[in-house]
Design a protein around this ligand. Structure first.
Ligand SMILES: Cc1ncc(C[n+]2csc(CCOP(=O)(O)OP(=O)(O)O)c2C)c(N)n1
Ligand SMILES: [Mg+2]
Length: 792
């Protein structure tokens, strides 16, 4: 590089040369991974035998990611930074693998990928190879907490990682295509929740390479001033880096990053030493560089570098066109591998030396393997928050309010550790968990007015009306070794279905990677449930998230439907202590009868399902089993038992309540699955089972399909009938009401066949009476509304 270029910036000529060589090495290794299975140092002319039969991967984004990596390396070394690197366009996986290899962390974690020619050959070969490594920044990639396969979540993950990590800087690349997604578009607002006093910093880089797969990006095709205004409008101070001449770009990048990091240091000093509480305008970078930078400029007469054609594999017809093989060799040789690796294939020591050492290497940053840092939550004794049962079902409590007391105590117990946060889309109070806010407050760095309550710069309850942000922050928080709890309306949790998928995949894979240490589980509380949408109606009625999660790997997912407050406490305690799961808890917030003492609740939850003997009269074996799962189905089932007992006192009914949905499956399908012998004891073969389920009924069939008594299991659940109506009418509309359940039993028990006609008559009269009353009075019949389990 010329002296003149080198003098225009903070890098010494020697450092500039080394950084550029380091970048060339990363680019070389990235291309090598995409194309080659042999001849990794190009010691002989490239032949088709050296090329992989299937060319899989993405080049376009990679040189930009590599460029940033070498600059982070310099900054980490010069400033002793604790830095995590999150890549939105995770399809740039080869770049991260290349860089963690060059810094040595890859070989430490995977010793067979040695720092020599054999290691290079394996490094290349394994990429996108069956049983090798994935093409994206996957859990297998050292230093990663973010796969980036599904675009949109990089920035929320970055913020989640930065919360309560005051010494951490999270550099986050946002793809300009990724920036078009809904979750990413809203993520910029995370800066209204990040406190420079107690949290780390997020350094967003908008990677404006101009293109997605096949189209330009919006942000690349609006005037620069408009883009800057957009970023200013989001509350950032935008910096810009633009160009393609490597020497100039290295100098400019070094200057701009020095300025941005100085700015971060100023912001943190103002908050930490000078007592400033103002919301800072954090720096962000708009980086405008060519897509596929340093790659082939033209292929088959068409421009590639700097266009969407560079997205995947720019030379894809290697086997068909000899010209492509020649161009690939030329491209790879343009990085001058002979100057980068010694004769044995080891990265040149003086170049390797510019990378940070030990734990400061981004591939080794402990925050990227959060389990290493995980401190168990200090858990108060949940028994202390129990509801005293004075007569079963005689008093109503809001179960989630009781849980709120426990969460409040968890929050208080862990205030010093600063490793627990509660997340929710503006519904924490509505879900009756408001107690958790008391004494901790809700995080808020934006303006406040006298009318506001509980907003605080140091709040630990995170409320924002974006399920995406709640989910993303929580994931980032968990993946970096902390704990959390997400509460959400049941119907709207579907908004993050896809994010839950991705997290489940991450967990599934990490469980198989020995160096990834277990992290705290992702805990959901779904409340404001389908059956009790008194204010809202049909739009708010959808219990399908359960079904969604049930498709995930059994090793990862747990689903609990505690029927009352004490079971909810027991389940929540269990979930908060667990590791590497997605725990779904479904529990109502409306006043509802309470059934079990805390000791009974613990015993019941430990089993996952069991006979409620106090509600059963099944001596000598049941005529029918009435199973229930969920709070409203449990109430209706118990009311149906009473109806039956009044009319048919000698009918032997067994009540089985299910808290842990997974227990219904065979042991072969899920670790919580009840052994067949136990299942058969509860649900004897040949005995009719009327099952009232909180969610869509088909799920119970799916779970019990292989059980011996499956043919006799008849399920009632939500069948997409709803509106703004009374609680009991919701049950009637979906045929899960007490009259229907009682009728089902009469219809199914063979010896009651003769009574079926009269029972049908009785049923229609009851429903008729209900309908007329509800239509006339706008409320449920008093004997329904005020029904209580009889005391004897
Ligand atoms: C949510 C989502 N939608 C679509 C895709 C398919 N996809 C993969 S890469 C890509 C283009 C990404 O463009 P950009 O974010 O600009 O990344 P880069 O240009 O840096 O490769 C698309 C649409 C995806 N991975 N995720
Ligand atoms: Mg792009």
């Amino acid at each position: 590089m010329s002296e003149e270029t080198a003098s225009k910036g903070p890098l010494s000529p020697e450092m500039l040369d080394k950084m550029n060589a380091y970048w060339r090495a990363a680019n070389y290794l990235s291309v090598g991974q995409i194309y080659l299975k042999d001849n990794p140092l190009l010691e002989r002319p490239l032949t088709l035998d050296d090329v992989k039969p299937r060319l899989l991967g993405h080049w376009g984004t990679t040189p930009g990611l590599n460029f940033l990596y070498v600059h982070w390396n310099r900054l980490i070394r010069e400033r002793g930074l604790n830095m995590l690197y999150i890549i939105g366009p995770g399809h740039g996986g080869p770049g991260l693998v290349a860089n963690t290899y060059l810094e040595g962390s890859y070989s430490e974690i995977y010793p067979h990928i040695e720092q020599n020619k054999d290691g290079l050959k394996r490094l290349f070969r394994q990429f996108s190879w069956p049983y090798g490594i994935p093409s994206h920044v996957a859990p297998e990639t050292p230093g990663s907490i973010h796969e980036g396969g599904e675009l949109g979540y990089s920035l929320v993950h970055a913020y989640g990682a930065a919360f309560d990590n005051p010494d951490l800087i999270v550099a986050c690349v946002v793809g300009d295509g990724e920036a078009e997604t809904g979750p990413l578009a809203t993520s910029w607002h995370s800066n209204k929740f990040l406190n420079p006093l107690t949290d780390g910093a997020v350094l967003p880089i908008l990677h404006l390479n101009g293109y997605k797969i096949a189209n330009p990006t919006i942000l690349a095709r609006i005037p620069h001033a408009e883009l800057e205004s957009l970023m200013r409008g989001y509350g950032y101070e935008p910096f810009t880096l633009e160009g393609e001449d490597p020497a100039v770009m290295h100098q400019q990048a070094a200057a701009v990053f020095d300025a941005m990091l100085d700015r971060i240091a100023q912001i943190q000093k103002a908050a930490r030493e000078d007592g400033s509480t103002a919301r800072p305008a954090w720096p962000m970078l708009i980086m405008r560089t060519p897509k596929g930078w340093t790659g082939p400029k033209f292929v088959d007469g068409k421009p590639v570098e700097g266009t969407w054609r560079a997205h995947q594999v720019p030379l894809s017809e290697i086997f068909e066109k000899p010209e492509h093989l020649r161009m690939l060799e030329e491209w790879m040789r343009s990085y001058k591998p002979e100057e980068l690796f010694d004769a044995r294939g080891r990265f040149r020591v003086d170049l390797a030396d510019i990378a940070p050492k030990g734990r400061l290497r981004m591939g080794m940053n402990a925050h990227s393997n959060g389990g290493l840092l995980l401190q168990p939550l200090k858990m108060p004794n949940f028994r202390d928050f129990d509801v005293k049962i004075e007569g079963r079902g005689q008093h109503d409590f809001e179960s989630t309010r009781i849980l709120g007391h426990l969460l409040h105590a968890v929050m208080q117990a862990n205030q010093d550790q600063k490793n627990f946060r509660v997340f929710g889309p503006d519904e924490t109070a509505s879900n009756r968990l408001g107690d958790v806010i008391t004494g901790t407050g809700k995080a808020w760095m934006a303006e406040t007015l006298p009318v506001d309550e509980d907003l605080s710069e140091t709040g630990r309850v995170m409320e924002v009306l974006s399920e995406h942000m709640c989910q993303g922050w929580l994931e980032g928080y968990l993946l970096t070794g902390r704990h959390g709890f997400f509460n959400c309306y049941e119907a709207f949790i579907h908004i993050i279905d896809s994010m839950a998928n991705q997290h489940a995949k991450w967990l599934k894979v990490t469980r198989e990677i020995p160096w990834r240490k277990p992290i705290a589980s992702l805990n959901y509380l779904l409340s404001s449930l389908v059956w009790r949408q008194d204010h809202n109606g049909f739009s708010h009625q959808d219990p399908g998230f359960i079904d969604h999660l049930m498709n995930k790997k059994a090793g990862v997912v747990r689903v609990y439907l505690p029927p009352d407050a004490n079971t909810l406490l027991s389940v929540a305690d269990h979930c908060l202590r667990s590791r590497n799961y997605i725990n779904l808890i479904v529990a109502g917030k409306q006043p509802a009868p309470q059934w079990l003492t805390i000791d009974e609740a613990i015993a019941h939850c430990t089993k996952g399902l069991g006979v409620w003997q106090w509600a059963s009269n099944d001596e000598g074996g049941p005529d029918a089993v009435m199973a229930c799962c969920g709070d409203v189905p449990t109430l209706e089932t118990l009311a149906a038992v009473c109806l039956l007992r009044e009319r048919l006192p000698d009918l032997r009914i067994r009540v089985v309540n299910v808290v842990d949905l997974m227990a219904l499956q065979p042991t072969s399908e899920h670790p919580h699955g009840l052994p067949d012998e136990d299942f058969d004891r509860l649900f004897p073969v040949g005995t009719p089972v009327v099952f009232a389920f909180h969610g869509y009924p088909w799920l119970i069939h799916r779970l019990t399909y292989r059980r011996h008594n499956h043919d006799n299991i008849h399920v009632r659940g939500y069948k997409e009938e709803g509106t703004t109506t009374t609680p009991f009418d919701m049950c009637v509309l979906n045929n899960i009401d007490r009259f229907q359940l009682a009728l089902d039993v009469i219809r199914r028990v063979p010896r009651l066949k003769p009574l079926a006609g009269a029972a049908e008559q009785w049923y229609s009269e009851a429903i008729q009476r209900h309908r007329l009353y509800v239509a006339e009075n706008g409320d449920d019949l008093p004997e329904i509304k005020n029904w209580r389990w009889p005391q004897n």
